[in-house]
Design a protein around this ligand. Structure first.
Ligand code: NAP
Ligand code: MG
Length: 490
């Protein structure tokens, strides 16, 4: 089916002619090569191998990253075990809190540098790394620092004790923030850590290693090892790990669950999603359209809880679709270092191929594709904001996680119908409801099978609220009090 180009008269086209407002790269001190952070020092990998990390916006190489093999993973786990047994588990909670506060403050001090590196390495707009990723990462450290000496109040009469050594594996969509989600509660509860960042976005985790050195955290309490999937698998399979905390795809989550079955390892798995954003006819439509745009195009749709399915009540379908298309035309796709950019680069060539594959599948399935008419840079990995209408519930674009700026749109008439449709995927991570009526919100939130449900807003995060999924979106919660419990024997 042919792709329909937008023929609308643009209402806000002036925003696309903004002069470039580039953030300077000069604050980003990126070394030519990064080694593994083990026992408080940077060490060469015993594999002697390094891999490149590139800037997906320009395809330029940024640095070489050490590839940890099983021997390196073992070294890191031994360092974490020694640090746990010899010191960290006996360190007073107040002392632990001091280190965590210190890390939070240094993140704030180095916020600009971290934001620039996050954007260069991962492709997300500088506005997002600057205003969301980095401050929220610092907030997680602040929040969990506050809990470190109050665990008996958090879990009264339950004598909370740390688990030991935590193996933590994170994805590429929020590299520093995911590291903070994992490391902060683990340290607050007295565990030690071996963290593996994603292959395409290791740089801010390695900068965090520098910050951890600067904060004087005792050696071995946090170890950061880089590498690909095999490095993650070696961590999962290491016999001296007490807990695996994994955020990533459902496929890898399933492999991990198989690998640890029959062991004493505890696990939390934060996996994929296919969230429904539901608009009723009594919703404030302009706000709802902003919420949809934020829900799916924020961070190029590289968000596990992205509102990738839209359900619009039939009576307002036409007007919502028109408003949505108009708004899409004003989105600026391009250089993520430009402060005007709304949609940056897709994280990797492989991920762009996955997204493009789904654009073909959607059209082959008979859905109608619409993309905004914006231009995109010639070099680098980019995808125009895309919506599909005429989508059937059984279509793959309505069932599978695409992890890109691609929205599938369906209509509904009644609450029961939309609940049935929204719940009809293997996932259950998040959802959004837009309506003027409180009673409708309560009805929907009690019946939608999703770990997080936003009402009249979308993609809002806070360290105090737990996050996690149902069904194939995983189990266990991160954030808030629940996030502490996941690192404790109670
Ligand atoms: P992924 O391919 O599952 O990778 C996640 C992490 O696991 C990476 O560090 C990866 O290393 C590593 N890994 C790969 N194979 C492994 C194995 N066999 N054993 C152990 N570790 C292994 O996911 P992704 O593509 O990076 O991230 C996107 C996914 O994350 C999406 O499905 C998204 O929904 C999910 N996500 C979920 C949440 C949540 O809170 N629920 C939050 C963010 C993202 P490499 O980088 O080298 O492949
Ligand atoms: Mg990169």
């Amino acid at each position: 089916m042919a792709v329909k180009k937008n023929t609308l008269k643009l209402k806000f086209d002036s925003s696309r002619n903004l002069a470039p407002a580039l953030e300077s790269k000069s604050v980003a001190k990126i070394a030519e090569r990064y080694d593994l952070f083990i026992n408080g020092k940077f060490e060469k990998p015993s594999s002697k191998k390094y891999f490149d990390t590139i800037n997906p916006a320009s395809e330029e190489k940024l640095s070489s990253i050490a590839q940890a093999n099983a021997a390196d993973v073992n070294k890191a786990v031994v360092a974490a075990r020694n640090a746990y047994e010899k010191g960290w588990k006996k360190t007073s909670p107040k002392e632990r809190a001091k280190y965590i506060y210190r890390i939070a403050r240094i993140i704030q001090e180095r916020a600009r540098e971290l934001a620039v590196i996050e954007t260069l390495d991962g492709g997300k707009p500088i506005r997002e790394s600057r205003d969301f990723d980095v401050p929220t990462a610092a907030n997680h450290f602040f929040y969990y620092a506050g809990w470190a000496d109050k665990l008996e109040y958090a879990f009264p009469n339950r004598n909370p004790k740390p688990l030991g050594v935590a193996g933590q594996i994170i994805p590429w969509n929020f590299p520093l923030l995911m590291a903070a989600w994992k490391i902060a509660p683990a340290l607050a509860t007295g565990n030690t850590v071996v963290l593996k960042p994603a292959e395409t976005t290791s740089l801010t985790a390695l900068k965090l290693a520098e910050i951890i050195q600067e904060a004087d955290l005792p050696p071995g309490v946090v170890n950061i090892i880089t590498g690909a999937g095999a490095t993650g698998a070696a961590l999962v399979n290491h016999p001296d790990i007490n807990k695996i905390a994994f955020t990533g795809s459902t496929d890898v989550g399933k492999l991990i669950q198989k690998a640890i079955a029959g062991t004493n390892k505890k696990a939390t798995l934060e996996l994929g999603g296919k969230a429904a954003n539901i608009i009723f006819d009594d919703a404030p439509l302009d706000q709802a359209v902003e919420g949809i745009i934020n829900g799916i195009f924020f961070n190029q749709g590289h968000v596990c809880c992205a509102g990738s399915r839209l359900f619009v009540q039939e009576s307002v379908y036409k007007i919502v679709l028109q408003k949505l298309k108009d708004r899409m035309e004003t989105l600026i796709v391009g250089d993520p270092m430009d402060k005007n950019t709304d949609i940056g680069a897709i994280n990797s060539k492989q991920q762009l191929e996955v997204i493009n594959k789904y654009l073909k599948i959607g059209q082959q399935e008979g859905a109608e594709m619409f993309q905004s008419a914006c231009s995109i840079p010639k070099k680098g990995f980019y995808c125009r904001p895309t919506i599909f209408t005429n989508v059937a519930q059984s279509n793959r674009i309505a069932q599978e996680e695409i992890f890109g700026p691609v929205l599938s749109i369906q209509t509904f008439r009644t609450e029961d119908e939309v609940i049935e449709k929204a719940n009809n995927t293997p996932f259950g991570l998040s959802a959004g409801v837009w309506t003027d009526k409180g009673s409708k919100i309560f009805n929907m939130t009690s019946k939608l099978k999703a770990g997080v449900i936003w009402a009249n807003t979308y993609n809002k995060f806070d360290p105090t609220s737990p996050f996690g999924g149902f069904k194939e979106s995983g189990f266990g919660r991160e954030g808030g009090l629940h996030g502490l419990g996941a690192y404790l024997k109670v």
